[in-house]
Write a protein that binds this ligand. Structure first.
Ligand code: PMP
Length: 342
């Protein structure tokens, strides 16, 4: 059906696409392209999931202001959902995230409060908590909110089961930001497709899970301090400076079969190659997840089938290192082309 009562009806049901030129010949590699969500990222799912869960529980009253701390895609998804449903929205974001994210949220009617990058993700959260408490706003708590993982269990996971029904699926590859995708899809795959190995990627500069060091937490499950293994990395939306509750749950539930570290340059290169060799235009964490899938493919047995999550669109990164080498002015080759007909 292609007619909807609201934009919110278009969230999810994203396509799975075969990789034809970048995959080694001995495997079947597929990607699930979350850029097909209405605001271009996997976080549209979380936004709809947490707002509708809060409406059902009564935690969110008509006209009440919603607030969240986010690296961007959650804010953009929430801005869409809040616009469509009529809730005011305030987003708290570190000033290091791409400027197009701020502008997108403001364009969708949200207010954006910026915190210094030096205060990291924890600093963003502290400001969001303080504003929520002071004003009686609903903090959606994306890192701890079960509705985040539940929505992935009810949508993303079911789509994957349907798309691979009756067929092999040997590996499912993902990263984590909140861990909503990992916990929600991971638990359904473990129950329904126990033969599918869940591969979890993290930045080589911030391999928090691989470090084996525990996250210091507050009694309510929120992070108390930055994780000792965290360093800045280029994968915006992956691995904040703490292991969030949903990610921690996924690990303690045994959902992660394999951990991979992805170097930043590999993420940027894979994003570029997906665009230039497959026509698939996606962001940095998508490139990073794809780099993880290629690592798996190298040693996977012949005939293995791999599915990688591609969380968002490449258009969100025009002002970031992903586009740093893309010139604005004509190259010599382009100038020569023009000169050849003048
Ligand atoms: N990639 C990008 C670009 C994201 O914005 C996010 C969400 N922060 C993720 C990956 C990870 O998704 P999740 O929060 O479900 O772990």
């Amino acid at each position: 059906m292609a007619r909807y009562d609201s934009i919110l009806g278009t969230v999810g049901r994203t396509p799975v696409v075969r990789i034809n030129r970048l995959a080694p010949a001995h495997v079947d590699l597929f990607v699930k392209i979350e850029a097909f969500n209405p605001l271009g990222s996997v976080k549209d799912r979380l936004a709809l999931g947490v707002i509708e869960a809060a409406e059902r529980s009564g935690a969110l009253k008509p006209g009440q202001t919603v607030i969240e701390a986010t690296s961007g895609n959650t804010g953009i998804g929430l801005a869409m959902v809040c616009a469509a449903k009529g809730y005011p929205l305030v987003i708290v974001m570190a000033d290091s995230f791409s400027v197009e994210r701020r502008k997108l949220m403001r364009f969708l009617g949200a207010k954006v409060v910026l915190t210094p990058a030096a205060r990291r993700a924890i600093g963003m959260l502290e400001v969001a908590v303080a504003l929520a408490e002071k004003n009686g706003w609903l903090l959606t708590r994306q890192f701890e909110n079960e509705a985040n993982a539940d929505f992935h269990a009810q949508t993303t996971a079911q789509e994957i089961l349907a798309d691979f029904a009756g067929e092999r699926l040997d590996y499912w590859v993902t990263g984590y930001g909140t861990g909503g995708t990992l916990k929600g899809v991971g638990r359904v795959l473990k129950a329904e497709r126990p033969e599918t190995r869940v591969v979890v990627c993290e930045p080589a500069d911030a391999a928090l899970l691989a470090s084996g060091e525990a996250q210091p937490v507050n009694p309510d499950g929120s992070p108390a301090t930055s994780h000792p293994a965290w360093k800045p990395h280029p994968m915006q939306g992956w691995t904040p400076d703490f292991i969030g509750k949903l990610t921690g749950d996924a690990v303690s539930m045994g959902l992660a079969d394999t951990l991979l570290s992805i170097p930043g340059p590999d993420a940027l290169r894979c994003s570029r190659e997906l665009a230039q060799k497959e026509g698939i235009f996606v962001g940095i964490t998508a490139g990073a997840t794809f780099a993880g899938a290629l690592q798996i493919a190298e040693t996977a047995p012949a005939g293995a089938r791999i599915l990688a999550m591609l969380p968002d669109t490449g258009e969100r990164y025009l002002s970031t290192p992903l586009f740093a080498d893309v010139p604005v002015d004509m190259t010599e080759e382009e100038q020569a082309l023009l000169a050849s007909v003048q």
